[in-house]
Design a protein around this ligand. Structure first.
Ligand code: TXA
Ligand code: MG
Length: 323
């Protein structure tokens, strides 16, 4: 294991400052970070993930003021979103300032910015800002998984995904399991109304409430990460309903993910039984990984009903089920 495993945010900040990459916890999922102004460190992030270079990264910044260094032409409703929902699991897509380089934005004229909510992530950014004397420093970080696969929600999951490609000097910052468990809500703020590009813990209702606007339905923005097939384990994912589960015949190579209120037929592996939608989100990716470590052929999933975070879970499951 050539990389350094640590629980100290200052160690991660030092590595980033020295041009290394760092696996970083956030409240949503673990990211693979590099200083956003450092072209060669960001290039390593793309290479390690196996991500096409036209798939842009999110710039993680300290606060609303420093976010403004990365964007321009910010509509009032985006300011209202920043004020009411940052720090938190919300990413805003805005026209980019000169600071946001092509290698960060995939050559697009927009950039995605987010002020993460997890105290440890904020501490890394604060330390990095202090070391570099640059208050608006940003960490470019996609989720710390190989392209198209399941996002990691623990440091060990990130090491399982990418550990063999990390080098001497790179760091993995371990802060335990992520609280939210699914990626941030992405809102396109480039038109006269907000458009949700990726659902997450921040709900449509919250965006409407914060902005006082109805949501737009069409976006001109290209979000290449929101591909039909994504978040996929090796096992086949089949989305069904309660009665679908009860029709399953005993098969030791099949696993089930469903709320605790849904029972599992005998002879089938139960991968998780969350009691709430929040617990569903925070255990989903771990359960999908577990299916692969148990070498299951199929994961049968009953998605949670309802709006908000449940929609984000259904969105990920649908993509995981797309071959
Ligand atoms: O919760 C999260 O957002 C996590 C943590 C680490 O912050 N990050 C994450 O990053 O999920 P990633 O790269 O796996 O997903 C970012 C998504 C991609 O779908 C990408 O296409 C989209 O954001 N995106 C980034 N910049 C964009 C831009 N300028 N315009 C449109 N979409 C953009
Ligand atoms: Mg991702």
């Amino acid at each position: 294991m050539p990389h350094l495993l640590t629980t100290d945010p200052a160690v991660a900040a030092t590595a980033l400052f020295q041009g290394r990459v760092a696996v970083l916890p956030t409240e949503t999922v673990y990211g693979l970070g590099a200083v956003a102004d450092d072209a060669s460190a960001v290039a390593r992030v793309f290479a390690i993930k196996g991500r096409p270079v036209d798939h842009p990264l999110i710039a993680h910044v300290r606060d609303q003021d420093t976010a403004l260094a990365w964007v321009r032409d910010v509509p009032d409703y985006a300011i209202r979103l920043m004020e009411s929902l940052w720090p938190g699991p919300l990413t805003l897509v805005l026209p980019r300032s000169k600071r946001a380089a092509d290698y960060l934005t995939g050559g697009q004229d927009t950039v995605a910015v987010r002020v993460p909510g997890a105290p440890i992530t904020r501490e890394v950014i604060r330390e990095l800002a202090r070391m570099s004397g640059d208050s608006a420093v940003a960490i470019a970080a996609p989720s710390a998984n190989r392209f198209g696969r399941v996002s990691p929600t623990t440091a060990q999951h990130a090491i399982d995904e990418l550990g063999d490609l990390l080098e001497e000097g790179d760091v993995v910052l371990d802060a335990g399991p992520c609280v939210v468990g699914v990626e941030s809500t992405i809102v396109d703020c480039t038109a006269d109304r907000p458009v949700i590009l990726r659902p997450g813990k921040v709900t449509a209702e919250q965006v409407i409430q914060a902005t006082g606007l109805e949501l737009g339905t069409h976006s001109q923005v290209r979000a290449p990460g929101t591909l039909p097939s994504h978040y996929a384990p090796h096992a086949r994912v089949v989305v069904t309903n309660d009665s679908g589960i009860h029709e399953l015949a005993a098969d030791a190579r099949v696993g089930v993910i469903a709320l605790a209120s849904v029972s599992t037929p005998a002879g089938i592996v139960r991968l998780c039984a969350p009691r709430t939608v929040e617990e569903y989100a925070s255990s989903l990716y771990r359960a999908l990984r577990e299916a692969d470590s148990l070498e299951l052929s199929t994961v049968v999933v009953v998605p949670p009903p309802g709006e908000g975070l449940a929609e984000a879970i259904r969105d990920r499951l649908q993509r995981a089920a797309t071959q």
